[in-house]
Write a protein that binds this ligand. Structure first.
Ligand SMILES: *Cc1c(COP(=O)(O)O)cnc(C)c1O
Length: 620
């Protein structure tokens, strides 16, 4: 091989000068480092540049290819063949060529000359090949940490878990033979993992007790053509990565994703269905989800069928073969607390080739783990129990299948719905107390449900954790707690309204998951966006009261609710009597028999309640 390592031959420059010609643009520079076509300026302290990215130097590449390919038996045609690599080591003993020290000194002189060469403006230092890498290595040895790009980290984790599970399977097979223990379960329980997350891809060299908040939109890159692990916060931010990795561990997921709200998360899931596709969803679902499915999704060419998810045959017959791509499940449903058989719905959906997303906002993975029950995606409105204080909106998705995870990430980045760094930080703080808050609130709800079930003003109570209520047994088979939300009816909107307004400790607010107890009439608040006739058809009565228990002392909560119900009962009487007179006077005005019947039933209940209150009063 005979070649120059320059973009243009030295002799070519001399020749051009002699002939009074210019040299090609881009191959050489003047003494100031400016690109020039003038050969005299190149000869006057300038320089010829290295290979120009064209065919120049291809002979060098070809030499390397021949030495490391045919010579050592590596792939020569198809590079993707099994053995597509080869190694050739050329070692030169300098002593064969002269005095070792003299050669070392002459080598050093070349390196010194390169390092001492004049630099272009803005260049601080000339680095020899390998010098940058050696410095980074030294710095990482000192700090003891190596930053890993998140996608690479996930790939490594996946490979490790696959290796672990195949080792595990081997160990289990051996174990079956010699009676040894099963492979180890996750090291810690979830409530511990909330406080001690497994080390993830984001490391903090300073050991801060709070997670680092990367309140930034952009990240500087290591070079013009080199990318660091993060470049733009819409695409990725270390504070968001910390939240997403911790959440994935809690869900037993491959990946998790944080969004600006629960609705943003659900919207991204519906995007997985292309135009012409079909979604099956429950008929007792969160108002915002209902609105999205009724008014936004159909405009994208996707049809939606709402069914009673507690009725498996209805779910099966709602599926359109070849078109149904997604089934959206809530369990327990909101606000009637109906329980759906998640495992059975998953197998029906999978048989039809549809994905299943479970809206797990009521339970969180602490109480119910949709991915373990077979769902493809677990969704949680983090506005509720993750934030926990009613001060942040956020939503999480968790996926098991890495390919599905990639599609979700693509949508998160493309649509820009990823959670902002400050909100990720608040969510990370919320996680620390999530188990404590949720367990206390659920214990309060269980006690309150028992108390309400025995209250004469209550015509029906909905709480998945209440023994003997429909669905309670199924719920116990797929969740570990009834949760902290319950609802009940009184048979009369005015009575329900009075209860809501007469409580003092309960804030009249939509939502749940706040440390403070909340009370609402869903038909007038969270579910108002569902048209009245649809609500009626779905069995969502206007007199339904929903309580989201907080973490107050449960005795205080119950006595507050008790005084409100007492007042409601007394208030209801004159109001009901007034209506009664009215209907009596205006019978000819077309008051329906049903209304009259309902009124009579209410009056009878109030009378019974008053008799009971009087009896208690007499007892005291
Ligand atoms: C609150 C809620 C949502 C929506 O979450 P946001 O964070 O308010 O957008 C979805 N599903 C359920 C069951 C919810 O309670």
């Amino acid at each position: 091989m005979d070649m120059a390592t320059a973009a243009y031959a030295w002799f070519g420059v001399l020749e051009a000068k002699t002939a009074g010609r210019s040299i090609p643009l881009g191959v050489a520079q003047d003494a100031e480092g400016n690109i020039t076509e003038d050969p005299s300026k190149v000869l006057d302290g300038g320089a010829i540049r290295v290979f120009d990215g064209s065919h120049k130097g291809s002979n060098l590449a070809l030499m390397v290819e021949l030495l490391a390919g045919p010579l050592v038996g590596a792939a020569v045609a198809d590079k993707l063949e099994a053995k597509n690599w080869g190694n050739l080591v050329l070692a030169v003993d300098p002593e064969l060529l002269g005095d070792r020290d003299a050669i070392r000194a002459r080598t050093q002189a070349v390196l010194d000359r390169v390092k001492a060469a004049p630099t272009l403006p803005g260049v601080d230092e000339i680095l020899l090949p390998g010098e940058r890498g050696a410095r980074v290595a030294a710095q990482r040895l000192t700090s003891g940490m190596i930053p890993v790009e998140p996608n690479l980290y996930r790939g490594l984790k996946l490979a490790a878990s696959k290796a672990a599970s195949s080792n595990g399977a081997a160990a289990a097979a051996n174990g079956a033979a010699n009676g040894a223990a099963r492979p180890a379960a996750p090291r810690y329980k979830l409530s511990t993992l909330l406080l001690h997350p497994e080390p993830g891809s984001v490391t903090d060299p300073y050991g801060a007790s709070g997670p680092p908040l990367y309140q930034t939109a952009t990240f500087a890159q290591p070079g013009a053509t080199e990318f660091g692990p993060y470049d733009y916060t819409r695409s990725g931010n270390p504070t968001r990565t910390m939240l997403e990795e911790q959440w994935a561990a809690l869900e037993g997921a491959d990946r998790a994703f944080a969004f600006t709200s629960g609705m943003a998360a659900i919207a991204v899931v519906t995007r997985l269905v292309a135009a012409g596709g079909h979604i099956v969803a429950g008929d007792d679902i969160y108002g915002g989800t209902s609105r999205l499915l009724a008014n936004v999704v159909p405009a994208c060419g996707v049809d939606v069928t709402n069914v009673d998810m507690t009725d498996l045959s209805a779910v099966r017959s709602a599926m359109i073969p070849g078109r149904t791509k997604l089934v959206i499940v809530e369990s327990p449903t909101n606000p009637r607390m109906q329980v759906c058989d998640i495992r059975a719905i998953v197998s029906a959906a999978h048989a039809a080739g549809a994905l299943v997303v479970v809206d797990n906002s009521f339970m969180t993975p602490l109480f119910q783990r949709p991915l373990d029950l077979g769902a493809d995606i677990s969704m949680t409105s983090g506005t509720k129990y993750i934030g926990g204080h009613g001060d942040t909106t956020l939503g999480m998705l968790a996926t098991r299948d890495p390919e599905l995870g990639k599609r979700v990430y693509f949508l998160q980045n493309s649509e820009g719905a990823g959670l902002a760094p400050m909100d990720c930080w608040l969510a990370l703080r919320g996680l620390k107390t999530m188990a404590l808050r949720l367990e206390r609130a659920a214990a309060n709800a269980a006690k309150m449900a028992d108390w309400l079930a025995a209250h004469p003003l209550v015509t029906r109570i909905n709480y998945a954790g209440l023994q003997g209520t429909p669905g309670a047994e199924l719920h116990r088979a797929q969740a570990s707690s009834g949760g902290a939300v319950l609802s009940f009816t009184t048979g009369d909107v005015e009575v329900s309204k009075a209860i809501v307004e007469e409580t003092k400790l309960f804030k009249v607010t939509v939502s749940f998951g706040n440390v403070v107890s909340l009370i609402s009439l869903p038909c007038y608040m969270s579910h108002a966006s569902i048209p009245a006739e649809v609500r009626a058809a779905r069995g969502l009565p206007d007199d339904l009261v929903r309580i989201a228990c907080g973490i107050e002392d449960v005795d205080d909560l119950i006595s507050d609710l008790g005084q409100a119900m007492e007042k409601a009962a007394r208030l209801a009487k004159p109001a009901a009597a007034g209506t009664g007179n009215g209907s009596g006077n205006g019978g000819g005005n077309g008051v329906s028999d049903a209304a009259a019947e309902r009124e009579a039933a209410l009056l009878a209940r109030i009378a019974a309640l008053e008799a009971r209150l009087d009896a208690q009063g007499a007892g005291r």
